[in-house]
Design a protein around this ligand. Structure first.
Ligand code: OSB
Ligand code: MG
Length: 371
């Protein structure tokens, strides 16, 4: 039985080892919001995956804080629940704000697994494979030369697929240069909604590069336009931003708007929703992979558990801690072996220890919420 006595929020400032640039902007430092849920002195932890600005979706660090405090926490505190899977339904009346809800929901899943002494990956029905295949997402660089060097280094580190961020002005010519240098690698691109259907002829040029898929070329909220574009492309479309709930996955699949889905815990509101999307895609023969939001260790560990479900057959964006941080907030840090795989951890819950002194040192805003 789950009954959360206390929810503690922590806001951390954590500089990235190197800037990360997408079509909607450059990030040099993350604001990481952690959620600790406490029951009888035992803690479960979640990490909110929202960005520092409402540019990926409508959420951002400070909207999360308010939504959790005013709406999500009051609906959970003092309630008795059979299972972590029931947390999502408590905040159903809140429209949108999936990342706020997901930060809390994933913390309760971690708590439940710890209370049962079970690894989180086992708790969610994962463990389909002992290690998960990893790719990297490489941001827009200052020069094509920088990009080629970065790709070379990531391939040497063992990563199994390379995803390039693209935008108008950093797309076809860049792809041509990359393919010339690396003709055989598993390659994908992600536009984060930088194009419209007016760019159809331009986008059709990606067909010559043998990409595994092109991620979210069109508007963040438009499944129908993606269906129109998919009909005119040989390259598979992978949806990210558009898929916020199982219903969106079902609709996108039915409309032929994508042939691949990127699942992110925060974007879909937590594990229950992520598992349902995974299952719907699996039933339709659509492969999925686990996306990333530049997470610190807790979010990264949750992603590792998720990516162990059977239909996560494509390498995802979950990679080693050291690509992001000089010192992560968990121990050991997430590492990737020479074959580009991350081993599932053995411990209970998300399976890594927290570096609590480091978390305390990094956090500059804290609040405890009680029933
Ligand atoms: O669209 O997948 C995306 C990072 C921030 C916001 C959106 C996205 C990304 C990434 C990075 O691609 C994935 C990662 O390395 O965590
Ligand atoms: Mg994406």
């Amino acid at each position: 039985m789950i009954h959360i006595d206390e929810i503690r929020l922590y806001l951390l400032r954590l500089p990235l080892v190197r800037f990360f640039e997408t079509s909607f902007g450059r990030t040099t430092e993350r604001q990481i919001l952690l959620v600790e849920v406490v029951q009888d002195g035992i803690s479960g932890w979640g990490e909110v995956t929202a960005g520092e600005h409402p540019f990926f979706n409508e959420e951002w660090t400070h909207s999360i804080w308010e939504i959790v405090k005013e709406y999500v926490a009051p609906r959970l505190l003092g309630k008795k629940l059979e299972r972590a899977a029931a947390v999502g339904a408590l905040s159903k009346g809140i429209r949108g704000h999936n990342m706020a809800r997901g930060g809390v929901e994933t913390a309760v899943w971690d708590l439940e697994a710890r209370l049962l002494g079970q690894p989180l990956w086992q708790r969610i029905g994962g463990g389909a494979r002992p290690e998960i295949p990893c790719g990297v997402s490489i941001g827009i660089q200052d020069t094509v030369d920088d990009l080629l060097h970065t790709i070379d280094a990531e391939l040497r580190a063992g990563y199994r697929r390379i995803k390039l961020k693209i935008k108008p002005g950093w797309d076809i010519d860049v792809l041509r240069a990359v393919r010339q240098r690396f003709p055989d690698i598993q390659l994908t691109v992600d536009a984060n909604s930088a194009y419209t259907l007016k760019d159809t002829e331009h986008l059709k040029q990606v067909d010559e590069f043998g990409l595994v898929y092109m991620e979210q070329p069109l508007s963040h909220d438009d499944i129908i336009d993606h269906a129109t574009l998919q009909q005119q492309l040989r390259t598979a479309i992978c949806l990210d931003e558009c898929i916020r709930a199982p219903r969106h996955a079902e609709q996108a699949i039915a409309l032929g708007a994508c042939r691949v889905i990127n699942i992110k815990l925060g974007r879909v509101g937590g594990f229950a929703s992520a598992i349902a999307i995974h299952n719907a895609a699996q039933a339709a023969g659509i492969p999925v992979w686990c996306g990333g939001m530049l997470e610190a260790g807790i979010g990264r560990a949750h992603n590792i558990a998720l990516a162990s479900l059977p239909n996560f057959v494509l390498p995802g964006d979950v990679s080693a801690s050291k690509r992001y941080w000089t010192r992560d907030i968990i121990q050991p840090e997430v590492t990737v072996n020479a074959d580009g795989m991350i081993a599932l951890p053995e411990g209970a819950g998300f399976g890594f220890a927290l570096d609590l002194p480091w978390i305390q040192q990094l956090s500059y805003r804290r609040e405890t919420l009680r029933a």
